[in-house]
Design a protein around this ligand. Structure first.
Ligand SMILES: CC(C)(COP(=O)(O)OP(=O)(O)OC[C@H]1O[C@@H](n2cnc3c(N)ncnc32)[C@H](O)[C@@H]1OP(=O)(O)O)[C@@H](O)C(=O)NCCC(=O)NCCS
Length: 143
């Protein structure tokens, strides 16, 4: 089941972050801060009561930005990332969003493929964008 975030989901999402973003996980406090913003948009995917993935971002007027998306490693490669992304896009559309932006590491093959398959197109390549020197791709989808 894809559904919107509740405040109670934050510790579980932060735990997924520690598994999926070993270099730069967000803490519960960081998520709580984002969640409290009037612009916050978040979708989780629950299977048999377990949160197996999430996506979150911001919607400011008509422009949405994806901040994070992750699926627990043992659940990957079966279309769940795509379901989450669709859920996020539906939620943004319902709230009046017209565009979704994101940036992704060039080497993140799975994420780039996920975004491309859901209609995101490349708008700009940013050299050495990340602290470790990796380039970023900026992508956009019109809704
Ligand atoms: C990116 C991520 C959310 C994708 O989740 P997922 O559930 O595996 O995604 P899906 O099964 O829906 O697959 C999405 C696409 O990626 C492709 N893909 C998945 N894993 C892949 C891999 N390891 N290598 C290449 N392509 C891959 C799939 O074939 C699919 O492509 P298609 O739509 O053209 O068929 C997941 O890999 C993840 O959590 N990664 C770690 C966190 C991360 O890097 N997030 C993105 C930056 S915020």
């Amino acid at each position: 089941m894809v559904r919107e975030w509740n405040r109670a989901d934050i510790p579980l999402v932060a735990a997924i972050d520690r598994e999926c973003f070993t270099l730069e996980p967000w803490s519960e406090a960081e998520y709580a801060k984002e969640f409290s913003s009037e612009w916050f948009c978040g979708t989780v995917l629950e299977i048999d009561g377990e949160i197996v993935g999430y996506v979150c971002g911001k919607l400011v007027f008509e422009d949405a930005e994806i901040l994070r998306i992750a699926v627990k490693s043992k659940w990957r490669g079966q279309g769940l990332g795509g379901m989450l992304l669709n859920g996020f896009i539906d939620s943004v559309k319902m709230r009046g969003g017209a565009r979704v932006f994101l940036e992704v590491r060039t080497g993140n093959v799975a994420a780039v493929r996920l975004y491309r398959s859901r209609g995101f197109t490349l708008t700009r390549e940013r050299k050495k964008y990340y602290a470790d020197g990796e380039d970023a791709l900026e992508m956009k989808k019109d809704l």
